[in-house]
Ligand binder design. Structure first.
Ligand code: FMN
Length: 327
């Protein structure tokens, strides 16, 4: 019997394919659709600190709450409560109706205004929290240490506020990448690699900056495969792969590199919930063809565990290709 079940964040999932945070996980109806299609879990659409602030005052999205006068604070508090209530209802109802683990998601960049919300999420019945920590290292005066400290402060505050397992969804713009990822893994229960920024684009006719393609390409998954493969032997908790996973073959590749689960979004937008069923079917067929009964039988089989120095390993691959030796 082929068994697709896997442990993630201490929860038992019936499949390693998770519907990642997106519009497909923004309502109870959609969450149920994801469950019916065979998703092992859902990560709900994020509640955004910035989004809440934007509703209050579009001009002050960067100022955070301390810059508001008393009256404005009241408005801020009211609006925040309102948003929060809707999100908590979503958790409660999704839990009741979907029958699969529900992971709440908070999109954040500071360690204060949303920490209490983690407690409320726990009370509403979520199975875990995913923190999408969105700090683009774009300030020229902010050093790598200042940035990594901000991450640690955020995680520390949330961990104090809730007993739920916490996954960290992070980007890949770090100095000392492996070392920092391993440190993060000791402070959390899982790493979700990688957060995908919506990149800018420039319109040369209107001379304006806009946003580029919001959807990933399959080729973007190479970066994820590399870092999952490098980090697998060293991290403490679980690893979730996300970005560029569009079909069943990509699911298998990420598990072989060392991911416990995969999270998908673009594939849902392009193909609808049925893509989850097809991914599960492909995975099952591939496991049967290769005589694997459980995911654990092959998970991480192609990580970099055997490579003493992954940088040398990657350089050797590079030289093989560019020197013509590999042809
Ligand atoms: C339209 C859209 C909305 C998204 N909304 C969220 C969100 O609310 N919170 C979040 O953490 N990630 C969000 N994501 C990111 C996805 O969860 C995922 O990490 C990313 O798109 C990479 O996976 P993919 O290649 O399968 O799209 C969104 C992605 C898309 C395309």
């Amino acid at each position: 019997m082929t068994d697709l079940s896997i442990k993630y964040l201490g929860l038992t999932l019936s499949s390693p394919v998770i519907a990642g945070s997106s519009d497909f996980t923004a309502s109870v109806k959609q969450v149920v659709e994801m469950a019916n299609a065979g998703a092992g879990a859902v990560v709900l659409k994020s509640v955004f600190e910035e989004q809440i602030l934007m509703e209050i005052d579009a001009q002050r999205t960067n100022n955070m709450f301390e810059s508001y006068t008393d009256n404005e604070n009241h408005v801020a508090f009211y609006t925040r409560q309102h948003e929060v209530q809707a999100y908590l209802d979503l958790i409660r109802d999704a839990k009741k109706q979907a029958g699969i683990p529900v992971i709440a998601s908070i999109h954040c960049s500071t360690n204060d205004s949303w920490v209490d919300f983690a407690k409320e999420i726990e009370k509403a019945g979520a199975d875990a929290i995913e923190l999408n920590i969105f700090i683009l290292p774009s300030h020229v005066n902010e050093t790598d240490l200042m940035i990594t400290d901000r991450y640690m402060d955020i995680i520390g505050s949330v961990k104090k506020s809730t007993r739920l397992p916490v996954a960290l969804k992070v980007h890949h713009y770090f100095t000392g990448m492996s070392n920092f990822m391993v440190n993060l893994s000791w402070q959390s229960n899982a790493l979700v690699l990688f957060n995908r920024f919506f990149n800018p684009d420039i319109n040369i006719d209107t001379m304006t900056i806009g946003s580029g393609d919001n959807f990933s390409q399959p080729s973007e998954n190479g970066l994820v495969l590399r870092w999952i493969g490098i980090l697998r032997p060293h991290v403490k908790g679980d690893l979730a792969a996300t970005t560029g996973i569009h079909d069943g073959a990509a699911v298998v590749k990420n598990l072989l590199a060392g991911a416990d689960v995969v999270q998908i979004a673009t594939a849902l937008y392009k193909s609808g919930p049925g893509v989850i069923t097809r991914m599960n079917d492909f995975l099952k067929d591939w496991m049967q063809a290769n005589n694997y009964q459980k995911i654990q039988d092959f998970r991480g089989k192609l990580s970099y565990a055997g490579a003493k120095n992954p940088a040398l390993y990657e350089r050797a691959q590079f030289m093989k290709y560019f020197s013509g030796l590999g042809r």
